[in-house]
Structures are given as C-alpha cells and as structure tokens.
Design a binder for this molecule. Sequence first.
Ligand code: PGA
Length: 263
Amino acid sequence: MTGTRRMLVAGNWKMNGLRADGEERAAAVARHVAGRDAGDGPDVVICPPATLLFPLAAVLGGGPVSLGAQDCHEAEKGAFTGSISATMLREAGCRYAIVGHSERRHGLGETDALVRAKAAAARGHGMVPIVCVGETLEERETGDTLEVVGGQLAGSLPPDAAGSDVVVAYEPVWAIGAGRVPSEHDIETVHRFIRARLEERLAAGAGVRILYGGSVTAENAAAIMAIPEVDGVLVGGASLDAAEFCRIMDAASEMLAKAAQNR
Ligand code: PGA
C-alpha cells in the first residue's frame, strides 16, 4: 500500500443473494463502517446483482459505503436485450462499475476493446470503472503473465483515464474462487509492473489504485494489503459473509492507522 492513494475494499457478490439477505448484509457493512471514525478506514464498495441495486441504494443511503455494478454496457441505450447502461446504473446509485471481470472475458468472450468501451461509458457517466486484468493458469505456467497483463492493460484502459477516476484490479484467473493465491513476491511483481505501465501511459498513473483479487479472505487480507503497490482488494466469496468482509475492512483500517502513526 502507498500513502497517497486511499485504500479500497470492494465486494463482488456475483450472482448471489436475494433481496432480504442482500439488504441485511449491506446494512451490516454500513453499520460497521458507521462505527469507525470518519476518514479512518478504507473506501468501501459493494457490487451486488443488478436486481439489488435500488434496494441497496436505499439501505446505504448515500453514506460512506458505495454501491457498484458488476458490469456496464458500452452503449447509452438501445436494442441490447438483458443489458444495463451506465446511465441506468448511475440512476440506481452506482459510483463504481466492475468491467472486464475474467468471468466475462473468459466466460462470455469479452475483448479488451469491449472492456475499454465499457470503462469509457462508466467514466462518461461519473462512475469509476474497476478494470480487471489477469492471466490464466496456462499463461502463468508458460511465463506469459506480464505480457498478458500488459496487453490487457494497453487494450482495455481508457487512454485518457487519470488518477482517481479509474481503478485496476489484478485478478489471476486461476486464483479466483480457488482458495489459492499467488506468492507475495508474485503479487508484488505484477503490481509493480502494472504501476510502471500506468505511469507510462496515463497522465496521473501514479494515482490509480491497483487492487488484488482472487481468494482474498479475512485470514490473508492483511498480508496481501501490506504488499507494495497493493492499494486494496476485490473480494468475491468472502464478501458474501458480512462478518468476514468487515474483518477485511478492519485489516485495511489497521494498516492505515499504523501508517499514520509512522508518518
Ligand atoms: P473470489 O473472487 O474472492 O471468490 O476468489 C474474486 C473475484 O472474482 O472478484
């Protein structure tokens, strides 16, 4: 983690949760955040299924826990059955939108160009896109991780993005939902590489937050967030348990408190 960028803890609920348990979980997270001193902890965002955006916006009530979408269509409106546009997501209260998650890149064949268009649409409507990148197991084993991640970054980041209006999430495909994570050294290597690419490509690349995602839990979160150039985490499975998600937020808060003491 690095002092000037604000830590971010994001929960991606994926296709899980009906209204009652979603509202309860979001309320528990909001209560937990309300219990800490203002400005003390990380930024927190919850990305529920689209059906829960409006009810959760009511639960979160514009408070410190932000709402995010799991995807965002690139077009403003039109004949795109089943899709949701950035304008609609904004109206539902989203401040962030995940784009290019591997479950969409690999499961639904989304290309870098499409991910870039989605990120641009999100930004164009005042949301912060969380642009996901990451290699498959095969790509890691053949030593192609940095090339793959570099290619995804080059192809899917809006070229005029800067600083706080975009977030990058490094999520190795083989670590997602798998119960295993790369070594700290491997995470650091990829994050340093992403930082260097961001600084080369973007005016304020040094201000872009880089999250790690893939089997983050309350047990490993503190160690992961202590790795240089890791500015927070994108959490899937463990975000479905409010108590565990709160412990991950606490790990970030403790780290920020320690950093403040050492300053
Ligand atoms: P996981 O998912 O934490 O369940 O591995 C992370 C993600 O896909 O964003």
